[in-house]
Design a protein. Sequence first.
Length: 271
Amino acid sequence: MNTSDDEYLKVVLDAIQVCARYRPKFGRGSKSGGLTFDQFKDLYQGDAFYSWFGLDNPMLYAAHKAAGGMTSVYRQIGIGCEKLFRRVLRDSLGLSEEDVIWSYQVTLASGRKRTLYLDGRVPLGKIKQKDKQARFYDWMRNSAKMLDVDENVFESLTGTIFEVRQGYKSKDSKRQNADIANAVTAYTKGYFPCAVILSGQIDGDVLMRYRAEKWAVVTGIVGESNPLISTYDFMRDVVGYDLAAFFERNSSTLREEIDKILKALLTSEVK
């Protein structure tokens, strides 16, 4: 394993190892840190109704831990890969930490301002190597043409912003509307919006809607040799880093870590 593999793998593993410490909250709020098995037992045995039904059963705790933990696994894989994506952009394109981060502010109904962040940014002018800059620009132009982005709009763009997801199986309209609002803002700020899906798991209707709203979308298909639709072709041919090969090289380590986490989540905690 080479040095960059060690560093990149640590970014992903640090995120997913959080899952092993997951504890269900049982309505106690996100700040509670979750309940241990003993705390759960005291809570449910102290509630007459739940006690009558035998809901203080260790298997119920394990079921809650598994259900919430599975969601946590997906979330933390996404968080780890989002961090990895920014790191690869930075290293491969010669960008700074500040370059690869993008945010904007919105004013809420209360008058307060809220800062919204997207998962990555490539400002074209900050790519110092001209061949890499030209390659990235060509990808933007070809992607924009595929989406039928107006030529005058495209000429105003200064780079690309990214939303990174491990998958997109939900049809959550609230999330879709928020992403579409992000795209509108990106264009007004001079950036081309691109959703990067690391797996092949995305609903077809959602994919069509995003592209209709002028989001470029690349997904985790392998072997297409098309950086306009494939995340891994985009990373290899445009960014200049073979992310698929990285995951392939380190698959055994990643699988072992997930296996340990799943075993921990599928048992009731005794301490």
